[in-house]
Ligand binder design. Structure first.
Ligand SMILES: *[C@@H]1O[C@H](CO)[C@@H](O)[C@H](O)[C@H]1NC(C)=O
Ligand SMILES: *[C@@H]1O[C@H](CO)[C@@H](O)[C@H](O)[C@H]1NC(C)=O
Ligand SMILES: *[C@@H]1O[C@H](CO)[C@@H](O)[C@H](O)[C@H]1NC(C)=O
Length: 360
C-alpha cells in the first residue's frame, strides 16, 4: 500500500461526488448496491453447523453471580447490516466457544435501514439512539456487564458508545475491535477497480473542501472519521465525530477518559494484509502522515502520553492489547475468531464477580 500519491481531484470526479451526495439520500435505490465492495464481514468456516436460535442465559432481573457468559453486543461495518450472514456466523461462533451467550447485533437505525445508516447519517445521533436502545433492552440492561465486538467502523462507534454512555447504558467489560479506524482515514478506501464509482466518488468527496461542511459532516458517515494530519486545523474545527471522541480539541471531556479507562480490556486487532482501510495502522490507533508515509505508534503520541482518553490508564493496568490477524480487511477465519473469543469473551472472572457491588 502506498501513502505517497496525493490524488488530484478532477472536475469530473467532483461532479460525481456531488451527484452521489445529493441524490443518494433522497433515493434509497442509489445506495451502494451489495456488489460494490465495501466492508462486509466474511468468515471462512470449516463446517457450518445448523444454526440454533440464541438463548439468553441471563434472565431479566437476574443478579446471579453465576458463571454464565456475559452478553455480547456486535456493531457491523460500513455497507454491512446487523442481519447479514457474516454477523449470524459471528453469533454462532461465539456460542460454540461460550455456549449460552446472548448476542445482540446493533442496528443503528432499524434492521431494514442498516446498510444505509452505515453510510448516511449523523454518527452522534446514531450512537445516542444505540445507547437508548441498549439501555431499554431487558437482558442487556440487567446484565452485570456486556462485552463488545466492533467490526471496522463499528469499532470506533462502540468506543464512542463507551466514552459517551458508559456511565448509564449497559456497561462494557471488554471492547474488541477488528480493523477499526480509531485514528481515522485519509481516504474513503482503496477502490477495487475503475468502475467502483461509489468508492471513487466518496474518495473524491473526502479529498474536497466540502468534506468539512456541516452538511457532509452530518450526512456522510465516513466523513465523520476522516482525518488528514496535513489538514489538521480543519479537522479540529469541523470533524463531527472523531476529533471529539479522541479528545483532540483543547477542551478535554473527562467523562470520556473515565468511562474508557473503566474497560477491563481494549483489544485492537489489525488485519495484516488490510488493503481497504487507508491507513490500516489506524486499527492500532497509530498516526500516519499521508504525504511521507511516516507512522507514529500510539505510545509515541500525545493522545496516549497525555492520557486524553484514558488509554494510558488502561495500559498501566494491562488493559490495552494490540493483536494482528492474517488476511484482508474483514476477511476472517473461524480459528482466529475462536481464539479471540475464547480469550476475551465469556463469564466474568471470579474475582471480578466478587468485586462487584450490586444493589439488591
Ligand atoms: C462530556 O461528555 C458527556 C457524555 O457524553 C456529556 O454528557 C457532557 O456534556 C460532556 N461535557 C462537556 C463539557 O462537553
Ligand atoms: C449531529 O448531531 C448532533 C446531535 O443532534 C448535533 O449536535 C450536531 O450539530 C450534528 N452535527 C452536524 C455536523 O450537524
Ligand atoms: C508530513 O510529511 C511531509 C513530507 O515529509 C512534511 O512536509 C509534513 O510537514 C508532514 N506533516 C506533519 C503534520 O508532520
Amino acid at each position: 500500500m502506498s501513502y505517497h500519491a496525493k490524488q488530484s481531484i478532477t472536475p469530473a470526479r467532483k461532479m460525481l461526488a456531488f451527484v452521489f451526495l445529493f441524490v443518494a439520500p433522497v433515493f434509497p435505490f442509489a445506495l451502494p448496491p451489495h456488489d460494490v465492495n465495501l466492508q462486509d464481514l466474511t468468515i471462512a468456516r470449516s463446517n457450518r453447523a445448523q444454526r440454533v436460535p440464541l438463548q439468553p442465559s441471563i434472565s431479566p432481573l437476574s443478579t446471579d453471580f453465576d458463571d454464565s457468559p456475559l452478553p455480547v453486543i456486535v456493531w457491523h461495518g460500513l455497507g454491512d447490516a446487523s442481519n447479514a450472514d457474516g454477523l449470524a456466523d459471528t453469533g454462532d461462533i461465539i456460542n460454540e466457544v461460550h455456549p449460552g451467550t446472548y448476542v445482540h447485533f446493533i442496528s443503528a437505525n432499524g434492521e431494514s435501514d442498516d446498510r444505509s445508516a452505515s453510510f448516511f447519517g449523523n454518527v452522534t445521533e446514531q450512537i445516542d439512539l444505540v445507547c437508548e436502545t441498549l439501555a431499554k433492552d431487558p437482558i442487556l440492561s440487567t446484565a452485570l456487564a456486556v462485552d463488545a465486538i466492533g467490526f471496522s467502523q463499528g469499532g470506533q462507534f462502540l468506543r464512542g458508545y463507551v466514552e459517551r454512555c458508559g456511565s448509564w447504558a449497559p456497561k462494557v467489560r471488554s471492547l474488541v475491535t477488528f480493523g477499526s479506524q480509531h485514528n481515522g482515514i485519509v481516504e474513503f478506501q482503496k477502490c477495487k477497480g475503475a468502475t467502483d464509482f461509489v468508492c471513487h466518488a466518496a474518495n473524491a468527496l473526502l479529498k474536497s473542501s466540502t468534506v468539512w461542511s456541516d452538511y457532509v459532516q452530518s450526512h456522510l458517515v465516513p466523513a465523520q472519521y476522516y482525518r488528514d494530519l496535513n489538514d489538521y486545523e480543519n479537522y479540529l474545527a469541523h470533524s463531527n465525530f472523531l476529533a471529539d471522541i479522541n479528545n483532540e480539541r483543547n477542551h478535554k471531556n473527562e467523562t470520556y477518559k473515565e468511562n474508557l479507562a473503566q474497560l477491563e480490556k481494549f483489544v485492537m486487532i489489525l488485519f495484516e494484509d488490510d488493503n481497504t482501510v487507508i491507513p490500516k495502522e489506524s486499527g492500532w490507533f497509530a498516526e500516519v502522515n499521508a504525504t511521507s508515509g511516516h507512522v507514529t505508534l500510539l505510545k509515541n503520541r500525545p493522545i496516549y502520553q497525555e492520557n486524553w482518553i484514558g488509554l494510558k490508564d488502561l495500559d498501566e493496568k494491562g488493559g490495552l492489547v494490540f493483536e494482528t490477524v492474517r488476511g484482508e480487511h474483514m476477511q476472517l477465519k473461524e480459528k482466529d475468531l475462536k481464539r479471540i473469543f475464547r480469550k476475551y469473551l465469556g463469564p466474568l472472572r471470579k474475582d471480578a464477580r466478587d468485586g462487584l457491588k450490586v444493589d439488591l
